[in-house]
Design a protein around this ligand. Structure first.
Ligand SMILES: [Fe+2]
Length: 224
């Protein structure tokens, strides 16, 4: 018989950290962010209550995991240290993935994500995905959007920017509504570790169809 969430303290505390993260802190006066935070924590609390069976996944690494030690060291000294430590407790059980069907060789060495809750487990959920994404220093994560999926990133370690709009430090939350185009760049010196949440219809979360937005081709008349 499969182990259940409440029999696996490291996974349970990790999900409780997410629950706290979306329960506490400010929405910065944004109704949209407040509503998103509420959706995430309601779903998280319901999952904790139902005590789902854990899905056993194959442990999988990607080259960027070489930066995880540094990211966790940085995370341990900043505002989200509890979440960072909870991630460290399950680090030997994580499945790091690339997701995209088409990904450049250079990006496949500089980025990966790991889901901790979602349709594929390890904690099973239909309407919510929680995970972490790790970037090497000086990385550009190309432009993309998520159909029907509302996404938030919360910064644990490192400095990063989305669409060249601001520099985000540990504790920052960035919301991407369904269809919002976004592109991420990370700072020169340190890796960047973000927690993320995806909320959306079950069929979309089970099959998000990850692909980068094709760069717009210039019309002939616009070319130099
Ligand atoms: Fe995204």
């Amino acid at each position: 018989m499969n182990e259940r969430l409440h029999d696996a303290p490291n996974w349970l505390y990790l999900i409780r950290e997410f629950d706290l993260l979306y329960r506490q802190g400010s929405a910065g006066g944004s109704k949209a962010i407040r509503a998103h935070r509420r959706r995430v924590r309601h779903a998280t609390s319901a999952i904790i209550e139902t005590n789902p069976a854990l899905i056993v996944r194959d442990v999988q690494h990607q080259p960027v995991v070489a930066y995880l030690d540094r990211a966790l060291d940085l995370g341990a000294r900043d505002s989200l240290h509890s979440l960072s430590q909870s991630l460290e407790r399950v680090r030997d059980e994580l499945t790091w993935e690339l997701g995209y069907s088409k990904i450049s060789k250079s990006l496949s060495k500089r980025y990966a994500y790991t889901e901790v809750l979602g349709p594929n487990g390890p904690i099973e959920s239909d309407h919510l995905i929680l995970g972490f994404v790790l970037f090497a220093p000086n990385t550009t994560y190309p432009q993309h959007s998520h159909k029907d999926i509302e996404e938030s990133y919360i910064s644990i370690a490192g400095a990063w920017s989305e669409n060249d709009n601001a520099v985000h430090a540990p504790g920052s939350l960035v919301l991407n509504r369904p269809g919002d185009e976004h592109r991420i760049t990370t700072g020169d010196l340190d890796p960047c570790l973000l927690a993320y949440a995806w909320v959306g219809p079950a069929e979309r979360l089970a099959n998000p169809g990850m692909k980068f937005t094709a760069p717009l081709r210039k019309k002939k008349s616009e070319q130099a």
